[in-house]
Design a protein. Sequence first.
Length: 365
Amino acid sequence: METTELKERPRNLGGSMKTPNVQALAADEKKLTVEIMERYIRPEMNGDDMFSDDSSEDIPVIDMNRLMDEMSMSREEEASKLKHACEEWGFFQIVNHGVPEKVIEAMKDNIKGFFGLSLEKKEEVAQLPGDLEGYGQAFVQSEEQKLDWVDMLFIFTQPPHFRNFKHWPAQPPTFRDSLESYSRELQKVAHSILGFMATNLGINREKISELLFESQTVRMNYYPPCANAHDKVVGLTPHSDPGGLTLLLQVSSVAGLQIRRNGKWFPIMPLPGALVVNIGDILEILTNGRYKSIEHRAVINAKEERISIAAFHSLILGKTVGPLAEIVDKEMPLYKSLSMQEYMKLVLFQKLNGKGIIELMKLNP
Ligand code: OGA
Ligand code: NI
């Protein structure tokens, strides 16, 4: 596949309207006027259909050690578990993923440290108008739009020449080193999972590079508690991830992530030490729909804050987002092909809206 490498990341990707800092709002009850809360309250949260707790189903857990063990019979068993997880769930957890515990713990400490700084300090890396990198909110395109109960820090981490340290917090002092190691380790894990997916999809070893997601962005989410209306606001609007493969680290011990499964919301509580993996829209398109991206959302706790770190792995600019030749030489393509640049424009000029991107990419919607 042709690639034209860009020297730095493009700057004209659109941004988000400035909205109030949610952490500061949540910290001061006096600020929570009816008018302000009106922008966050979601009538549709009433009557939400939840999975019952006694459901016998549980999200698949993939053991990366077993997948990598070339000598063992368990490898095939685990590969077929991964296939099932990709085809039937779109969401799974991985354990024994090989990211050193000290890298994860340092990342957790540093992000807690960052969100614990004063607003003024955090705003040293605030998003700038028309841009999406930095500390702020994402996907706000109009005054009428309902807002999410979250602040986020969004950073381009890979490829390394896309980094702009202006957006990387200088406080806590170990933040940058820690994010850099975390980013590198997670990219290794993403590549390893994609390799096993390619084998499951029957894609030739030499062609796997077409599936490799060399770009990575990291979004660190801070969901403050919402004492008087936690069940009426949303931390993150239902959406599927527009990238290829997401690896999520839950930093806090309170639950919040929910996925839409058979029309109902299914809560996910990560195992200690696990990473949550999910299929994004690009992987759905590349696999011509064999793997599907899954809608998910984050809900809010009444008493406790929640922090999560999502690493999005995606195609680099210059590549094409479209069904892989190796797959559509045997079947009809179901999705359009766009350059990565055009695809990013499509994504970034809309608000979050369920599987909206996929609807736009379908050839016969
Ligand atoms: C995301 C996301 C879920 C969470 O950042 O795209 O879905 O649990 N996060 O924070
Ligand atoms: Ni997401």
